[in-house]
Design a protein around this ligand. Sequence first.
Ligand code: NAP
Ligand code: MG
Length: 497
Amino acid sequence: MNESNRSWHERAAQLKIDGRALIGGKRVDAIDGAHFDCISPVDGRKLADVARCAEKDIDAAVASARGAFEDRRWAGTAPAARKRILIRFAELLLENRDELALTETLDMGKPIAASRATDVNAAANTLRWYGEAIDKVYDEIAPTAENSLALITREPVGVVGAIVPWNYPMLMAAWKIAPALATGNSVVLKPSEKSPLTALRLGELALAAGLPEGVLNVVPGYGHEAGQALALHNDVDCIAFTGSTRVGKQIMQYSGQTNLKRAWTELGGKSPLIVCADVAYLDRAVDAAIGSIFYNQGESCNAPSRLLIERPIKDMFLERALARVADYAPGDPLEARTTMGALVDDVQLQTVMRYIDAGVSEGARLLVGGDRARVDSGGFYVQPTIFDEVRNDMSIAREEIFGPVLSVLAFDDVAEAVRTANATPYGLQASIWTRDISKAHKVARALRAGTVHVNQYDEDDITVPFGGYKQSGNGRDKSLHALDKYTELKTTWIRLD
Ligand code: NAP
Ligand code: MG
């Protein structure tokens, strides 16, 4: 064990975790006292008891958020005041970087280096960016006739329910709460039962930054209990959901069954990465294909899980790709050099292993991986896995696996590649690699996805919207466009003569 390894393990042993909910500015147990075990995928051990919130707790959290909204303690403040608090909130994330990163890694299994450098920074940057933006957004005056004035203004929708997944727990929470708070809403945040801990800390840090009590409430619990109660609640004005397409469809139904709350969904993907024979940056393409599917253990909504390669270069490309797979050998997530950690839990591990079995039995060729790893650790690790000779009708090409499994498909001409790329219910992200600029533009236009990359894959910035076409959802997180989700558009007519 080297020094940094020892120190993260030591810090982990000393970490104090409070699994209670945050409602009305107070840490509280679930009303009926229920809790669940929060298990670390790093070694399968219990980290903490976490409040198992359900309908009554959601009622309390929504009442707290509603009260805070109605008395205008936050909605009524000047954007410049909200800015100061959001920027302070962002600074507090950075000041607590090590603790947040360690908590995230222990709770969901991603490598500590990624949690420290990427997740904490990106979450803090999101809060800061919306804080900085919000006092620079102007309303409109319509070009009406001279005898009247029509103001077009944006107002907060009211109480926002945010339901987020476990793969980037802190960042997905920040993508929701930053624009929702910046625009003056009150929020009830429901993190995933699989990784609830950093969301609870975010709630505390928001209070420390000066956010008034009751404006941000955090209620951990199961999806079918706390999540469903929040999405069905008649006093919630907007539900902002990130998660699977299956649950996203339920969220839309809950809205229709109740008060027609706005329902924004950011859902799954089966993203294609297309490499043409005239690719200019071959090694970069190899890095992107391998790095983007194996980053975060393959648990990324936009991971390019289908690699489409033009047949003449396929073998050469795969040879280079295979040489890179060792860079993603599963390791101890608390070891600073580890690039691939543990899957979030045993359920996810079993799901991934079932897809690997399906790939083999459907006739794809297993090139590398295909097995569990680090079984003795007690945690949930899978080898980086690549299947060649995949057809687009196989389950490993059609369904989102959400693990480190890459499906390789050959194509003979680019029109066929586009048809295959689009032959999916999803439309989150896509990528085309070619040196031919006309081809790149034509393909980028033809790909039905919320984000298309040309000669790159994972460029990312808070300034651009992120979301999907088709069954990858209807909302856009990030950028100024996300403000639309959390604001009502009001027209005020004023008679002048
Ligand atoms: P999930 O099972 O759909 O869960 C997402 C959230 O919804 C969790 O907090 C979950 O709670 C909750 N939930 C489950 N059932 C519910 C119900 N009936 N009513 C209300 N809430 C319910 O998804 P996941 O497995 O956590 O996350 C992985 C998925 O998220 C993948 O499909 C991935 O592609 C997608 N994702 C999309 C984006 C994007 O921006 N498009 C980003 C990241 C992830 P519990 O976990 O506590 O049950
Ligand atoms: Mg966990």
